[in-house]
Design a protein around this ligand. Structure first.
Ligand SMILES: NC(=O)c1ccc[n+]([C@@H]2O[C@H](COP(=O)([O-])OP(=O)(O)OC[C@H]3O[C@@H](n4cnc5c(N)ncnc54)[C@H](O)[C@@H]3O)[C@@H](O)[C@H]2O)c1
Length: 348
C-alpha cells in the first residue's frame, strides 16, 4: 500500500517513515527540508541497510504549496498502477513564538499548504488522510485530563492554524461523507528518540521544548535548564505535562491508517499522549536517575500562556485504534540521551 508522508524528514515524520517502511508500506516522503536535514534520510537508509530491510522509498524535495509538484506525485503513482491510498500529513511550521512574529507565513504554509494538498487529493480521488493536529488547540485549561470534546480555544496563531485545518477537514468530509476518511491526531508532547540512536529530535537554535533542552544541557551545549515557575498548583510546584515516546506516537499513526482502512468513511479527532501528567521536576529527576548525570537548573518566573497541568485522556485512542503507549518515562530518558550522546550536534 502506497502512503504519501508529508514532512517525513522532520522529527515525527522520520520516525513514522521508518516504521512504515519496516512494516512493508510503500512510502513517498515529501519534504521541503525547511526545518530538517537531508542527513535524516541518510540515517533512515543506514538503519534499514543495517537491518537488511529492503527499501525503495522515494524522497521528493518539494513544498506542499506547490500544486504542480503534488499533481506530479499523484499522477506518477497512478501511471505506475500504484496509486497513493493514504496521506499522513505532517508538513508544516510548528513554532509558537515564530507564529506570533510571522502569522501570515504560518497561515500560508499550514492552512494554504493543507488546502492545496486536500484539493489535489480530492482531484485524484485519494480520500484517506491522517493529520497532525496538536493539544495546543485546547488553549489555557487546567481541566486535565483533556478529552476530545473539550472546548477548542487556541491562544496562539500556530494553534489557530491547526483549528482552521481541522475545520477544513470536517467541511470536506461533510461534502462527501461516502468517501472521505479522516483522522486528526491531537499530539501532546512527543519526546525521546528511536532506540537505534540514529533518529531523534534536533531543533534548530534554542529548543522550545523541555526534553531537547535537557539533553542539550546533559551534553554540555547549554549551561543549565530554566524551569518556569515552581509555585504552580501541582504536587511539587512545577508544571505538569503529558510526554509521549516518539515511537508510541508513531505507532499511533500506523494504527490510524489501519483504522481508516477498516472504514468506508469516517471523521475522528483523537488525542495521542501518554495519558500521564509528569512535572518538570519529576522529568529532571528521572533523567538524572536514568543517565547518572546532573542537570543544573534555575527557577525562573512563570511564562505567559502556561498552565499548571495539561495531560490527555487517551481512552478514545485506546478504544477506536486499539492503541496504547508502551514505553515508560525511563525509556524516554534513555532513548533521548542515547540519541544525543551519539549525535552531540544533532544531524550535523
Ligand atoms: N513536535 C511537537 O511537539 C508537535 C506537537 C503537536 C503537533 N505537531 C505537529 O506535527 C507535525 C510534525 O512536527 P515535527 O515536530 O516533526 O516538526 P518538524 O519541523 O521536525 O517537521 C516538519 C517537517 O515539515 C517540513 N515542512 C515544513 N514546511 C513544509 C512545506 N511547506 N512543504 C513541505 N515540507 C515542509 C519541514 O522541513 C520538516 O521536515 C507538524 O505539523 C507539527 O505542527 C508537533
Amino acid at each position: 500500500m502506497r502512503v504519501l508522508l508529508t514532512g517525513g524528514s522532520g522529527f515525527i515524520g522520520s520516525h513514522i517513515a521508518l516504521l512504515l517502511i519496516e512494516r512493508g508500506y510503500d512510502v513517498l516522503i515529501l519534504d521541503s527540508f525547511v526545518n530538517s536535514s537531508t542527513n535524516v534520510i541518510k540515517a533512515i537508509k543506514t538503519y534499514l541497510d543495517n537491518k537488511n530491510i529492503n527499501h525503495s522509498f522515494k524522497i521528493i524535495n518539494g513544498d506542499i504549496r506547490d500544486k504542480k509538484t503534488l499533481d506530479r506525485i499523484f499522477d506518477d503513482s497512478a501511471k505506475e498502477f500504484n496509486p497513493i491510498q493514504s496521506v499522513i500529513h505532517l508538513a508544516g511550521l510548528k513554532s509558537v513564538s515564530q507564529s506570533f512574529i510571522d502569522p501570515l507565513h504560518y497561515w500560508n504554509v499550514n492552512v494554504c499548504g493543507t488546502q492545496n494538498l486536500l484539493s489535489t487529493m480530492n482531484e485524484h480521488e485519494c480520500f484517506s488522510i491522517v493529520f497532525s493536529s496538536s493539544a495546543t488547540i485546547y488553549g489555557l485549561t487546567d481541566s486535565a485530563p483533556i478529552t476530545e470534546d473539550h472546548k477548542i480555544s487556541p491562544i496562539n496563531p500556530y494553534g489557530k492554524t491547526k483549528v482552521a485545518i481541522e475545520n477544513m477537514l470536517y467541511d470536506l468530509y461533510k461534502s462527501n461523507m461516502k468517501s472521505w476518511k479522516v483522522c486528526s491526531l491531537r499530539y501532546f508532547n512527543p519526546v525521546g528518540a528511536h532506540s537505534s540512536g540514529l533518529l531523534g529530535e534536533d531543533p534548530i537554535g534554542i529548543p522550545n521544548n523541555l526534553f531537547p533542552y535537557i539533553t542539550q544541557v546533559a551534553i554540555g551545549r547549554r549551561n543549565h535548564l530554566n524551569i518556569f515557575g515552581d509555585d504552580w498548583a501541582t504536587t511539587d510546584g512545577s508544571g505538569v505535562r503529558d510526554y509521549i515516546h516518539i515511537m508510541d506516537l508513531s505507532e499511533g499513526h500506523l494504527d490510524a491508517i489501519d483504522y481508516l482502512n477498516s472504514k468506508e468513511s469516517c471523521f475522528e479527532f483523537i488525542n495521542l499522549g501518554s495519558g500521564i501528567g509528569y512535572s518538570v521536576f519529576q522529568i529532571v529527576s528521572q533523567f538524572e536517575l536514568s543517565t547518572g548525570l546532573d542537570i543544573p537548573f534555575l527557577v525562573k518566573d512563570r511564562r505567559d500562556g502556561d498552565v499548571a497541568k495539561c495531560y490527555a485522556d487517551i481512552s478514545k485512542a485506546k478504544k477506536l485504534l486499539g492503541w496504547k503507549p508502551k514505553r515508560s518515562l525511563e525509556q524516554i530518558c534513555l532513548d533521548g540521551w542515547n540519541w544525543q550522546k551519539k549525535n552531540p550536534n544533532g544531524y550535523n
